[in-house]
Design a protein around this ligand. Structure first.
Ligand SMILES: O=C(O)CCC(=O)C(=O)O
Length: 320
């Protein structure tokens, strides 16, 4: 059986688990109500002014090291900049969305998630790596690797949908809980490692030799990340999630993308989001559209959201 046939069978199986039409209609109504969402979490907000999150300043010189890491290796780690006082409310928002039986990415209806990249740290990282006036691409995701042995996040890939192999772009992945070797932390193939050339160019090629596979294994690098720290990588870096070896807390993280002022956005990267000091957060309706587009785009990486595709389609077509 070829890959297309296998995929089609898997999609049919997943579609059979789809939510029925009345349940979708009910959920669409909830989705479009800011009051519904704020009622789930006391003290939560959905507005345009970004709330300031508690933030821990980075050691001097850290930004230079991050920018150098991205340039030389394609990635870098940012030490903890979000303290527990910021992480606890963020995790409560994800808890509430999951308890209401929505995919975790719906936590992006709330201001606080958007505020994580309006912090001094993230702004400085984006400025240093992409230059001034970079903007946010409306691709966001909440990654959850559940507390089940063998569970894992996304398979190896390079970022960018229609903008594959694009330059002047940066992903920022913020750990909401500790990401460890045992619970499925991220792995990368540093671009500076000699084996990275194996995946240059057409890295989707169906066959590579055993010798090359062994070479690739030698290049893989695990990146454990403490809650409140972040990883950044550019769109030419192969990265993936490890598999969990056991239980413990779920591994949770947020993903964001940014594009330099000089780069032409691909169709699926519009509308870009201005994210300088003083710029408003995306409107509630825009957030719903970004969440819905993410479900359609990322269900190929995250099968748990596949059954929400009809809901996402309705969110994209219905006007408020
Ligand atoms: O957290 C994960 O499992 C995958 C993150 C990732 O690869 C991405 O956001 O591009």
């Amino acid at each position: 059986m070829d890959q297309a046939a296998r995929r089609s069978i898997a999609e049919q199986m997943l579609a059979e688990r789809a939510i029925d039409a009345p349940a979708i209609a009910d959920r669409v109504n909830c989705c479009f109500s800011p009051d519904y969402w704020t009622s789930l979490v006391p003290g939560s907000s959905i507005a345009l002014a970004p709330p300031a999150l508690p933030e821990r300043p980075l050691p001097p010189g850290e930004m230079v090291a991050v920018a150098r890491g991205v340039e030389e290796h394609g990635y870098a780690a940012i030490p903890v900049f979000l303290p527990d006082a910021a992480l606890a409310p963020l995790n409560s928002l994800v808890d509430a969305v999951v308890a209401a039986q929505f995919p975790p990415v719906f936590a992006f209806v709330y201001d606080a998630l958007w505020s994580t990249v309006r912090t001094t740290t993230v702004r400085a990282v984006v400025d240093r790596t992409l230059g001034p006036a970079a903007r946010q691409v409306p691709h966001v995701w909440v990654h959850v690797v559940p507390s089940v042995a063998g569970a894992r996040g996304w398979a190896p890939h390079k970022d960018g949908g229609l903008a594959t192999r694009a330059t002047s772009r940066l992903s920022i992945w913020i750990a909401l809980t500790d990401a460890t070797i045992d619970n499925g932390c991220m792995y990368v193939l540093p671009r500076s490692h000699p084996s990275a050339r194996v995946l240059d160019g057409n890295w989707h090629a169906d066959t590579i030799g055993v010798a090359q596979a062994v070479e690739l294994l030698s290049g893989a690098r695990a990146l454990p990340a403490a809650a409140g720290s972040a990883l950044v990588w550019d769109f030419d870096l192969v990265h993936w999630s490890g598999a969990r070896t056991g239980g413990g807390v779920a591994r949770r993280s947020l993903s964001f993308e940014f594009i330099g002022a000089d780069a032409e956005p691909a169709a699926d990267e519009r509308p870009l989001i201005a994210c300088g000091p003083g710029d408003p957060l995306p409107s509630f309706e825009s957030r719903l559209r970004f969440i819905a587009a993410g479900i359609l785009q990322y269900s190929k990486h995250d099968a748990s959201v596949y059954k929400f595709r009809p809901l996402a389609e309705q969110l994209l077509t219905r006007t408020v």
